[in-house]
Design a protein. Sequence first.
Length: 512
Amino acid sequence: MPYSVASTWTHTMNAPLSKQQHDALTRSERQSRVVGALSAVLPAHALLWHSEDTTPYECDGLTAYRERPLVVALPETYAEVQAVLKTCHALDVPVVARGAGTGLSGGAMPHKLGVTLSLAKFNKILKIDPASRTAVVQGGVRNLAISDAAAPHGLYYAPDPSSQIACTIGGNVAENSGGVHCLKYGLTVHNVLKVKGFTMEGDEVEFGSDALDASGYDLLSIIIGSEGMLAVTTEVTVKLVPKPQLARCIMASFDDLRKAGDAVAGVIAAGIIPAGLEMMDKPMTAAVEDFVHAGYDLSAAAILLCESDGTPEEVEEEIGRMSAVLQRYGATAIAVSQNEAERLRFWSGRKNAFPASGRISPDYMCMDSTIPRKRLADILLAIADMEIKYGLRCANVFHAGDGNLHPLILFDANDADQLHRCELFGADILETSVAMGGTVTGEHGVGVEKLNSMCVQFSAAENEQMFGVKRAFDAKGLLNPGKVIPTLNRCAEYGKMLVRGGKISHPDLPRF
């Protein structure tokens, strides 16, 4: 249906607004202005602005924080993406790029006065090249679809987030996603050769190259993991790897968290790099076993899943070495998959940890931090104390091999007090991780969820350096604003709430 704002739009086009006039516009007036402008570069069906149409875009996988966008744009061509960006840049309108919305840190949460730019229609696999072991795909292609397309050539795309059936490669680039096999095969940054896209000003940009290296600065590594703050990704060239001849998985039980954590460090110290090395604690094991019936040991304090892949001879030798290490560190039971169906059953619980948690709690907040492997037991015991402190349950599942934690705090978002305590709990986990020599994120990104925690890890000068990179790509600060990098004022206000020693001076106040 036509949008009846012709007079408003004609006025604003003929008389460009000053900053003062622009700031004085109501939400409705801003919406009229933006829809009118975008109607000139997009077909009617590619624009959404009514509340019933834009509400589905109000959050990503972090459902605790929501904001309805002013307008949703659904371009179908690169030229339309470019035109949307140029138009919004001219109008000083913020833009938030969105893939499948599976992110877990609020990175795709809309700006209330901005445009959500959906890349959902860019879902074509442009080229599979078995000779060079690469694939060229559009940003909206699902992660798992790449492996499906490469399978006839005996190849696949290695990074495998738990959401790989739905998450897009453009989103993976934004968050530098990993997965259960990232220990051996690396994160997104290790498996991408080239990224194409557009800056906020609509300039076409290309990072990396088809070769193994590119001349000049390594801007590819800056773009990957930049959370949509520097450019909008439209096309990605990924590396493909040969499917291993064989993969087998060890499922090891431990009666003590410290033994399990020490076993993880022991496997790596022995010079073994498993294809996957994951851990689940007892609460998580119980949740997933009730959901998928994987045959997990419900009496174990922790379960390790250790996978080996390669030739049959390589796998046999590595499974033997890993089993010996696990036994040495006190495993109470060890089972080794005897066929592919059993291997997949072992992994089914780990892959379904998030939906399993959704069955036992109205809501959950999945945190994401990284610590040194040797501190795994310490952080898990600290989280157990936090459960008592904040009066909330927490189930833990994580990439143990690289120390990437995923504590799932269980709560009810309809209860404001529970949400408040959940936020405090999450911040405590992140700050404790930093105190143990870790970081506030591993693969989920900072988004809006971890802005305050960034104040704990980075100094004002370090944050300003990050802002400097942001300004080099987006001088007006319109692309995914208010995310990832905290302002000096925000850190100053947050600092007033903390005292040295990690204690909270005002624990009753919200910290996000």
